[in-house]
Design a protein around this ligand. Structure first.
Ligand code: SAM
Length: 254
């Protein structure tokens, strides 16, 4: 059973499922440099033994495959709500599970759980705490949780951008991460939380959103009307807008 949050996420992403995801936002999420940077930041924190890795909200799992390739050992399990995303992974050694994270119960614990750019798909603080608790239940006692969320460092801009996503019917609902993230982890029961690196900024214009969500002129004008004051995260331009997201990498223990 998929939750209403999961169903809506799947429906709103219908144009970017499977192989199409790789080209989304100029290929940001499959970009070799972005993946290499992620690997270099996380490797110093990983134990030497072969890791059982769970990649949640993985799409086709490109990032998880890169970790396994780099380590040269270990096992990878992917969980995503989209079977089409999972079908785009053709590694026979990778386990693929089509499941709503809000209902995940694998009855198994992992050495490392990875998440990237997905916590915001749970569009309330309550659902984010719930997902983080579910993830925690899948982490071994000395295991790690590494998360690279879309991040807007001040809450005012975060709220404006989340409002843009949530109030435009064609875009999925979002609550992006900000300086309240540590509190969300603490509420979910995590013990240690620290930033271990920073990815490239993700820069999105109205053109990217037109491709991804089929926005019309009225949607763009509406989004422009929400950005009443330009900031380094949300900027109104003559033709539309520019949104900029940070991509910090956080490590947490349970
Ligand atoms: C922005 S994409 C990120 C994909 C991948 N982590 C990456 O970095 O390329 C968000 C992913 O979350 C998945 N997703 C959204 N809601 C979900 C849910 N409730 N349960 C499991 N996966 C979900 C989507 O299908 C999508 O693959």
């Amino acid at each position: 059973m998929f939750s209403s949050i999961a169903k809506k996420n799947l429906e709103k992403d219908s144009r970017v499922l499977g192989k199409a995801w790789e080209g989304t936002y100029g290929g940001y999420f499959s970009d070799k440099k972005n993946i290499q940077n992620f690997l270099e930041r996380i490797i110093p924190f990983l134990p030497e033994y072969p890791l059982d890795i769970l990649y949640v909200a993985s799409a086709s799992g490109i990032l998880g495959e890169a970790i396994i390739r780099y380590l040269g050992k270990g096992n990878l399990t992917l969980v995503d709500i989209s079977q089409k995303h999972l079908n785009a992974n053709n590694n026979p050694n990778t386990k693929k599970i089509c499941c709503d994270l809000l209902n995940l119960d694998l009855r198994k614990k992992f050495d490392l759980v990875v998440m990237r750019s997905s916590l915001d798909y749970f569009p309330t603080r309550e659902s984010q705490v719930k997902v983080l608790k579910i993830i925690k239940d899948h982490i071994k006692k000395n295991g790690l949780f590494i998360n690279q969320p879309a991040y807007v460092s001040n809450m005012k801009d975060r709220d404006i951008i989340s409002h843009i996503y949530t109030s435009v019917e064609k875009i999925g609902d979002r609550l992006f991460q900000s300086e309240d993230l540590e509190g969300i982890y603490i509420e979910a029961g995590y013990k240690q939380f620290k930033k271990i690196g920073e990815g490239e900024k993700l820069i999105i214009t109205q053109e990217d959103h037109i491709k991804r969500y089929n926005l019309g002129e009225d949607d763009i004008a509406y989004i422009q009307s929400i950005i009443t004051q330009n900031s380094s995260y949300a900027e109104k331009t003559e033709d539309g807008y520019i949104l900029r997201f940070d991509f910090p990498i956080f490590l947490a223990n349970i």
